[in-house]
Design a protein around this ligand. Structure first.
Ligand SMILES: Nc1nc2c(ncn2[C@@H]2O[C@H](COP(=O)(O)OP(=O)(O)O)[C@@H](O)[C@H]2O)c(=O)[nH]1
Ligand SMILES: [Mg+2]
Length: 361
């Protein structure tokens, strides 16, 4: 599972990438436009609390992978060119964070000549819709020709679905906002459609624009009302400087700028949710840990994430929700007294924040 950071040239993609992965990319490799990927810890206050309760030897966070998607270039005409190389790179990611520039800095050029967030957001939407349309037209053509030669049941089911998708795109509706059944989504998966990928819009502001951040987010959110697209703001320059500080230094620094919560922590958590992921927890004196599962996974499947033996030899799961453990002051014994500690079978659907201990043979 991978989140792609996309956006116009100079919008702040590499700045964001370096801030969340806490890495420094060699400026020479940045200017050569090389792709970079990095694994990022998903911030989780629950894990901090469990670490307080159990003082474990080890605390392990869930992780997600980010990639700085490259390949978007300034075209002959002067405006941005969405090359097949770039679109091909985007196909490979599972969800996107689109960085949109709001910072004004005149020393940083804008490929389209001025800072205009709504225009830049629309540019991406249009290009992705066109790419999907082109792809679907080719495929629909091919299927129609094949069906004239031979009556293939799978293709017969696929054709009306692709035609429906084509219809939405013609009305400039991204596919992520349309309703599909599970089976339809399976059929569509092979096409790696760009407008079907979950999207988070991340507005990149200057430190001087803090007062207007909430309004900018509200404006874009209003524009995207009724869609699946999420919107948030970050402060590229400050966030990058902050990522180089220790935890205490970062706190003092945030205080100076009047920031209460790191925008990047929110962005990382939202990205994780965007992928349809959630965490269950394990807690004990050896280790406190967040494990990544997809929404809807059962207790047995979740146990298999810890170890394949746990899947094969699964008997039951001891389950208590994080909130209940906190209410019981961190004592499993007290959660039993309170009746919130349960034994669950194979088919139990694990919830975000469940603390689980697997009983196996
Ligand atoms: N003033 C200001 N400059 C920024 C900010 N974010 C990025 N930049 C600068 O804008 C330029 C382009 O940023 P970069 O992250 O390389 O953009 P990319 O082309 O999207 O990867 C760099 O010189 C950054 O230092 C910001 O929030 N404020
Ligand atoms: Mg870059």
């Amino acid at each position: 599972m991978q989140i792609g950071i996309v956006g116009l040239p100079f919008s702040g993609k590499s700045t964001l990438f370096q801030a969340i992965t806490r890495t420094h990319i060699d400026p020479a490799s940045l200017s050569r436009g090389e792709a970079h990927q990095g694994v990022v810890k998903v911030p989780d206050v629950r894990l901090e609390k469990l670490t307080e309760f159990f003082s474990p030897k080890k605390t392990v966070h869930a992780t997600i992978e980010f990639v700085d998607v490259v390949g978007l270039k300034k075209g002959e005409s002067g405006s941005t060119q969405f090359t097949t190389n770039f679109l091909g790179n985007v196909k490979n990611v599972d969800a996107m964070v689109q960085v949109v520039r709001l910072f004004a800095d005149p020393s940083v050029p804008h490929p389209d000549g001025s800072v205009d967030m709504m225009r830049d957001i629309a540019t991406f939407e249009t290009e992705f819709i066109l790419a999907d349309l082109g792809m679907l037209e080719n495929r629909i053509d091919k299927i129609r020709k094949q069906l004239q030669k031979l009556q293939d049941e799978a293709l017969k089911r696929e054709l009306p679905l692709l035609e429906r998708c084509h219809g939405f795109l013609e009305q400039e509706k991204p596919l992520r906002d349309q309703e599909f059944t599970k089976e339809e989504l399976v059929m569509l998966r092979t096409y790696q459609l760009l407008t079907l990928k979950p999207m988070l819009i991340a507005l990149n502001l200057d430190e001087t624009q803090q007062a207007t951040a909430a309004q900018a987010v509200a404006d874009v959110a209003a524009k995207k009302a009724g869609t699946q697209t999420k919107v948030l703001a970050f402060f590229g320059k400050i966030d990058m400087e902050m990522s180089e500080l220790s935890a205490e230094e970062a706190k003092a620094f945030m205080g100076e700028y009047g920031i209460t919560e790191s925008a990047l922590d929110t962005l990382i958590r939202e990205s994780y949710l965007l992928l349809g992921l959630q965490s269950f927890l394990t807690a004990g004196e050896d280790e406190c840990r967040a494990w990544t599962i997809r929404k809807g996974m059962t207790a047995q499947e979740s146990a298999g994430v810890i170890h394949s033996d746990f899947y094969n030899k699964f008997i039951r799961a001891e389950v208590v929700h994080y909130d209940d453990l906190v209410a019981a002051g961190g004592s499993f014994a007290k959660t039993k007294e309170a009746g919130v500690w349960r034994l669950e079978g194979k088919e139990y659907i694990v919830k975000d924040g469940d603390i689980i201990s697997v009983r196996h043979s």
